[in-house]
Every structure is written in structure tokens, then in C-alpha cells.
Design a protein around this ligand. Sequence first.
Ligand code: PMP
Length: 305
Amino acid sequence: MSLSMADRDGFIWLDGALTPWREAKMHVLTHALHYGSAVFEGERIYDGRVFRLAAHSARLINSARLLGYELPWTREEIDAATRAVVKANQLGSGYVRPIAWRGSEVMGVSAIGTTVHLAIAPWAQEGTLSVQARPGGINVTMAKYRRPSPEVAPGEAKVAGLYVICGIEKDRALKAGFDDALMLDWQGRLAESTGANIFLAMGEKLVTPKPENFLDGITRRAVMGLARKRGWPVEERAVMPEELDDASEVFLCATAAEIVPVGAIDQRRYQVGPMTRAIVEDFKALVRQPDCEGFGESAHFATTR
Ligand code: PMP
């Protein structure tokens, strides 16, 4: 049986202190638990360094701002806290989950009057959908729920509440024998999977949906940079689901999953082809560069909204 997330050795950085893992707790009347107001990140540790750490910390701060709150730590302080907790847990590789939330001082829809908290928890975790683990690529189905319009929700924020429909769709996909579900946006265009962005290989170029109100992935930005370095044109534009018929290769990408070749989307079948394989190899090299903790291709997250 796998180890419970609540019952482990090690440390979680909680509100400024390295806290023994099992003691990192909160009250049941926490605002974020009831109203979905937590914002979070997912990061990966390679060779003891957190890939694009600065960009992740900045996106965390931006997500909170999109919900109307300010984290009481600077981006640099969050970076330092992350490095400290990764070191305390002696992790050379793994995953990091920073999460900020509104506390338990008052209970009601409004979060005014609650304190802001931040926890950073790293643990050992490998990607399970990698090309090594799934050489033929993963099986994806189309989701029923769509990503919300900008009039409905701040879709560029990585906020707990927005993951409700992702969770429903991921569970539905798993129960039906698929690995993930692909979500359209409110206009019926391709958006993202329940936890990753998508790329299509079409001819000599890569095509990816332009994030209008869904997560602008840090891995996605890295992939765009790698493709351009190879001299491949990258089209960032509205992509209709019918275009999946014209793609020769499809892959997903995200921090936790890394580069994930897609073998099938419902009745459509894809080869794990040369463009996907090249990106898998380039990404492996990129994450091991000594300066990988910087903003890289995600410098736009440095300019807060
Ligand atoms: N979309 C969704 C819904 C996600 O949860 C993630 C993972 N954070 C991504 C895209 C990819 O983002 P990133 O590359 O920054 O991990």
C-alpha cells in the first residue's frame, strides 16, 4: 500500500517554519476548504534544483492576486523557502507542492478578515505517464465539462476551486479505462487536459492552443522554446477539435507529467513520432541545466498583474 500523504517522515515549510510532516495541519473551518480559495503550484526537482522555481513562485503570487489577496512573502522569500524545504528533505529529485490559502478566523463567502497561509511540501515522485512507462503513449478521451469563459472565472489562476471539473473529468476518464480527458474551452476550441497542456505536430510545425482563459503552463513555454531552438515553427492559436484528425503526433506536457506522448484520443490513433521523441530528449537536457531555477521562457510571470 502506498504511504498516506499525511503520514510521512520529513518536513513541510509552513508559515515560515520547517514543520515535522505529520504536524502540518489546519482547522476544519478553514475558508479555503469551504470556498475553494487556495492557490497552488506543482514543481519538479531535478538534481536537487527546482525547474523554473522563480516562474512558479511568481505565478503563485499572481494566482492569489487574481483572487484578490496578497501573499505576505516575496517571490524571493518563497524561492528561498522552497530551496530550504527541498534540502531539509534531502531530495535530489521529486515534486514540490506550494499552496497558499485563507485561514479560519471567520467563516462565510467573503474571505475578508482571514489570514493568509503558505505551505510548501516536497516529496519523491516519478512521472507515471512518461514514454518509458507508456511507450505507445496514453489513451485520452474528450471531457464533457469545458473550461470557463473569462466572464465566468479567472481561468489563468491556478486556484483550487477551478480544479473541481478537472477532478470530475479525470475520475470519469480513469473509470472508463482512459488515462486523461481533454477539455474544450467555452467556445468549443481545444483547451487543455485535466492537468496538462497539449501540442499537435502538423507537418513540420507544432501547434498549441493559445491560453485565453486556461493555465499558461510553464512546461508549455519551455517546449515552445525548445521547438524554436530546433528551428521548428510553433503556432500558438485557436485550435478546433476537428484538427486532431490532421495531427501526425500529439503530446501533453506539464510539470508533474513532463512530456507525455498521446497514443489515442477516443477513436483517433497516433504514433509516438520523431517530433515528440525529440522534445522528450530536449526537455530532459533542459531541466538539468544549472540555471534551470530561473524564469527561462516564462519571464512574463515576473511582471505581476
Ligand atoms: N493545465 C492544467 C489544468 C494543469 O493543472 C497544469 C499543471 N500545473 C498545466 C496545464 C501545465 O502547467 P505547468 O506546465 O506549469 O505545470
